[in-house]
Design a protein around this ligand. Structure first.
Ligand SMILES: NC(=O)c1ccc[n+]([C@@H]2O[C@H](COP(=O)([O-])OP(=O)(O)OC[C@H]3O[C@@H](n4cnc5c(N)ncnc54)[C@H](OP(=O)(O)O)[C@@H]3O)[C@@H](O)[C@H]2O)c1
Length: 226
């Protein structure tokens, strides 16, 4: 069950049959997204419109240069939330544009000149955490100060793992793509786990599965043991 001092969080991702999020390390997932059925693209945008905020890790911004806006359905753009401990967001990044409100969240390790440059670009910048962005604290701030009740995260694997590690994800919605891309170091849904025992496995319960156009979609509840 979600805590009520933070937003309800949905992780949503396109994923190959072998659990990968992109073609190879460093490649944009937009290449794979081209193979989503039109109906599934609408589902993705409808889900964005249903959320108060959308979060992706800074590396996804650096690689995919995502807009994170609602384009295929009517609806308002969610607040774009980008955690970057280093403050490293490229000057021409689409999330720095005026299509939607953006909140860049840095740690105390981010150099002041990078923070100043981001503020000059017109986005809100928050400092939350010492060396890394403190995600549990950020979630409470989003709920209390920004009125975010429902948030989606769209990856990548580093952020997905951190959010799961802190028990901050309530549901997972996967768009299954009928491909195998392989690659031992190709980013998969969750990076950085390296569990030692089966007790550390994160358990899920399948809530729904359905076809959306030609794509299988599965919806899972995350069951944390403690
Ligand atoms: N198929 C899909 O649905 C999908 C969706 C999204 C992404 N992707 C793919 O995923 C790949 C990128 O994934 P990635 O794992 O390299 O990066 P990522 O998860 O997108 O971003 C990781 C970055 O987030 C920032 N961050 C700040 N605080 C953090 C915290 N507490 N925990 C974790 N991250 C924190 C750090 O930025 P700093 O380094 O600036 O400190 C960190 O390097 C790309 O290839 C992209 O195409 C696929």
């Amino acid at each position: 069950m979600p805590e009520d001092d933070r937003p309800q969080v949905l992780m949503m991702s396109e994923i190959t049959v072998d659990g990968k999020l992109t073609l190879k390390r460093g490649a944009s997932s937009k290449i794979l997204m081209k193979y989503m059925a039109p109906e599934t693209e609408v589902l993705l945008h409808r889900t964005r419109a249903e959320c108060d905020a959308i979060m992706v890790g800074a590396n996804t911004i650096r690689i995919d240069n995502s807009f994170l806006t609602v384009r295929l359905v009517e609806g308002k753009n969610p607040l774009r939330v980008i955690p970057t401990s280093s403050g490293e967001i490229p000057p021409g990044a689409n999330v720095l544009g005026s299509d939607a409100r953006t909140l860049i969240v840095v740690s105390e390790a981010a150099p002041p000149d990078k923070i100043a440059r981001l503020r000059d670009a017109g986005v809100d910048v928050l400092v939350v955490g010492t060396s890394q962005v403190d995600l549990p604290r950020l979630m409470r701030i989003l709920k209390q100060d920004y009125g975010v009740d429902r948030m989606m995260i769209e990856g990548g694997p580093t952020l997905n793992w951190s959010m799961l590690h802190h028990h901050l994800v309530d549901e997972i919605r996967l768009i299954h793509l009928p491909f195998i891309v392989g690659g031992a170091d190709t980013p998969s849904l969750v990076g950085g786990m390296h569990i030692e025992t089966e007790e550390e496995m994160i358990r899920l319960s399948l809530k729904r599965h359905y076809m959306c156009g030609s794509n299988l979609v599965t919806e899972w509840e995350v069951l944390y043991s403690s």
